[in-house]
Design a protein around this ligand. Structure first.
Ligand code: NAD
Ligand code: WQD
Length: 345
């Protein structure tokens, strides 16, 4: 069975491509390399012993997608990761974010409809919930006004997919990821932030590696047990596996379109920033110098997922612990320091 993975050389897309190839799917990857390296293809092949078919193209180029669907006739489903994802940058460059994330989505859906491809998985985010009024947060909690243009592309993206499913022969699942971290156990693929990391775990690993002098913990006056903010961190390999379960559900579903479902993909456990640092230090034996700094604008206090829907309907549950996430993130950080690492050559 042939699956198209957009953004398949990125952080989550590369891990999902590995899981698909290892299960025997044929994978076609599209990426414009705006936030990834071409060497990720070699790394994927190194892990799986198989190389996905690769198209370097921009999804905003509708004729390029049409050509792809002409060449790759029997695609059964599309997993759509390709998007810009930096929250702060989106505030500075809202039009670039709307243009990339929304135009690419619309072009892709139009080409899918023309090519009669029904099964679609959309990368959404827990950011659509804003600050939750009750925890753990379940899928039927209201979606709130987005805090950033990036967050809005996820909110509007879900609406575009839902409205399209209502009138076209589309079966779609939107996966709302909580905080994806960690790396593949092989240390051959992982997160490759460009410039100064904005997210916690890459900043932790770069600080431990001495690339950054100190981690700033944004806020220690939150109404949480240790005063720091709480998130639901999920191992990227667990997250990748959730996509396989969602894909299997869509493929097996006896419906001619009109399906739009949302699932939370998290562990169900909340951990504070200090708990993450402690888990990292305990697991790796490496100290992370840090100091407290003011709260970061736009940050929520706490969120973690209600995961029963994913467990009951998709048959999926996160398996990796916070320690596993820290170990794999650190192993990848260390492996990358080797100039001979497959992603560096
Ligand atoms: P990433 O930046 O590592 O991967 C995205 C990939 O898409 C990159 O390889 C990039 O080059 C490619 N891309 C971007 N725009 C493109 C375009 N117009 N045409 C073709 N390729 C394009 O990001 P990621 O962390 O793997 O995230 C994947 C998806 O999951 C994104 O939609 C993101 O918004 C969503 N998401 C990520 C997180 C997170 O914390 N990483 C959380 C929730 C949701
Ligand atoms: C986690 C916690 C920070 C960096 C973002 C997006 C969200 C989703 C996932 C895509 C927070 C604190 C961080 C640092 C810190 N992405 N922190 N020092 O903000 O929960 O979510 O990524 O959809 O949309 O908003 O993740 O990793 O940035 O922060 O103290 O140097 O770590 O304040 O409490 P966040 P994060």
């Amino acid at each position: 069975m042939k699956i198209l993975v957009t953004g398949g050389l990125g952080f989550i897309g590369s891990h999902t491509t590995v899981e698909l190839l290892q299960l025997g799917y044929d994978v076609v990857v599209v990426d414009n390399l705006s936030n990834s390296r071409i060497s990720v293809l070699d790394a994927i092949e190194d892990i799986c012993g198989k190389r996905p078919v690769f198209y370097e193209l921009d999804l905003r180029d509708q004729s390029a997608i049409e050509n792809l669907f002409e060449n790759e006739k029997d695609i059964q489903g599309v997993i759509h990761f390709a998007a810009f994802k930096a929250v702060g940058e989106s505030v500075e460059m809202p039009l670039a974010y709307y243009e990339n994330n929304i135009s690419a989505l619309i072009s892709l859906l139009q080409c899918m409809m023309a090519a009669d491809i029904q099964n679609f998985i959309f990368s959404s985010s827990c950011t659509v919930y804003g600050e939750p009024s009750s925890l753990p947060i379940s899928e039927d909690a209201p979606v709130q006004k987005a805090e950033s243009p990036y967050g809005n592309t996820k909110k509007v993206g879900e609406e575009i997919v839902r409205d399209s499913a209502a009138v076209h022969e589309l079966k779609a699942i939107s996966l709302r990821y909580f905080n994806p971290v960690g790396a593949h156990q092989s240390s051959k693929i992982g997160e490759l932030p460009s410039g100064i990391p904005q997210n916690l775990v890459p900043f932790v690993t770069q600080t431990a590696a001495g690339i950054r002098s100190e981690l700033k913990v944004f806020g220690n006056d939150y109404p949480t047990p240790d005063g720091t903010a709480i998130r639901d961190y999920i191992h990227v390999v667990d997250l990748a596996k959730a996509h396989i379960k969602a894909l299997e559900r869509l493929i097996e579903m006896q419906a001619d379109g009109g399906v739009f479902e949302t699932f939370n993909i998290g562990t169900g456990a909340g951990n504070s920033v200090l708990e993450v640092i402690n888990a990292f230090e305990k697991t790796t034996g490496v100290k992370v110098p840090y100091s407290f700094a003011p709260r970061r604008k736009g940050d929520i206090i706490q969120i973690f997922a209600h995961t029963n829907k994913a467990t009951d309907i998709l048959g999926w549950k996160a398996e990796c612990s916070l320690d596993d996430m820290m170990r794999d993130a650190w192993n990848f950080q260390q492996a990358l320091a080797d100039p001979e690492h497959i992603l560096n050559v």
